[in-house]
Ligand binder design. Structure first.
Ligand code: G
Ligand code: MN
Length: 265
């Protein structure tokens, strides 16, 4: 297909166009670094989907509605799996310390054998190479924790870690923290934005961090954009951070040296 034949990007994509895009790899991933704040060591990266459609780079907000409408979220999750598998089998990353690959997955896939089975295999294959897959569940969608329990437990038993994404925004509820099998809490950037801006916001963020630490969850604070925010957070020993201040989503630089983290972000 010639570029001239492509529909303009403001026209909603059809089901066939999305499927063709996935097949032709017009969809691909940017990686955003996640760092341990105290040491500035990169401990992982989040894979963020992008789509080049008709010569324009689209962020998920532009095409997720169409994916949802055409019931293609599971297809996207299969595409993510293929890419993580490629990282594993091609050994493109060679971290010398544990390195976590965060992937965003729709909750539908957590009860889908076509997702669970390959994910388990991939996790086992990655383990000797210091790579740990982390499945992110978004708090922006409404989900019934009971329906996810068995899938999440199964994944964790095979070395996949589970992160709750966007915590503190959307549908997040403390009730979910009681029983949901979780390893990592990702604090939504809305709370980060309150640092230095809202006294009440700071108290809430402080409390959420203390709560997560007390339970034993690892914490990723999202959306860190300024040095002031980073310094404010530095009092929390062991907290992990993600955000434009530390690195933008970018293509992974696979030629980076052995620490394997690659990509300046
Ligand atoms: O919902 P989730 O946390 O997966 O969303 C990640 C999105 O947040 C990505 O699209 C990424 O580009 C964006 N993002 C990452 N870091 C920052 C940041 O520091 N500020 C803002 N506003 N957005 C960010
Ligand atoms: Mn995410």
């Amino acid at each position: 297909m010639q570029a001239a034949d492509l529909p303009p990007s403001h026209v909603a994509p059809t089901r066939a166009e999305i499927l063709r895009g996935l097949q032709r790899r017009d969809f691909f991933f940017h990686f955003q670094p996640i760092l341990e704040l105290q040491t500035a060591r990169q401990v992982g990266a989040e894979m963020l989907i992008r789509w080049v459609r008709g010569g324009e780079l689209l962020l998920p907000a532009r095409f997720f509605p169409a994916l949802e409408q055409h019931h293609l979220l599971k297809n996207l999750d299969q595409f993510v799996i293929q890419q993580v598998r490629a990282l594993a089998w091609d050994h493109v990353l060679h971290p010398t310390t544990p390195f976590r690959v965060f992937i965003n997955v729709s909750t539908e896939s957590i009860s889908d054998e076509a997702f669970l089975a390959p994910m388990e295999t991939i996790a086992e294959h990655l383990r000797p190479f210091n790579l740990i897959p982390v499945v992110e569940l978004s708090e922006r969608s409404l989900f019934d924790p009971h329906l996810l329990m068995s899938g999440l437990t199964r994944l964790r038993e095979r070395g996949v870690e589970i992160a709750l994404d966007d915590f503190g925004a959307g549908y997040s509820s403390l009730a979910r923290l009681v029983n949901l099998p979780l390893d990592i809490l990702k604090i939504d950037r809305y709370l980060t934005a309150g640092i230095g801006q809202s006294e009440r916001g700071e108290v809430i963020l402080d409390s959420v961090l203390a709560l997560a630490e007390k339970i034993g969850f690892r914490i990723v604070v999202e959306g860190v954009e300024t040095r002031y925010q980073a310094e404010w957070l530095a009092k929390n020993l062991g907290c992990w951070v993600q955000g434009y201040y530390f690195g933008y989503p970018a293509p992974m630089d696979f030629s980076a040296p052995a620490a394997g983290a690659g990509g300046k972000g």
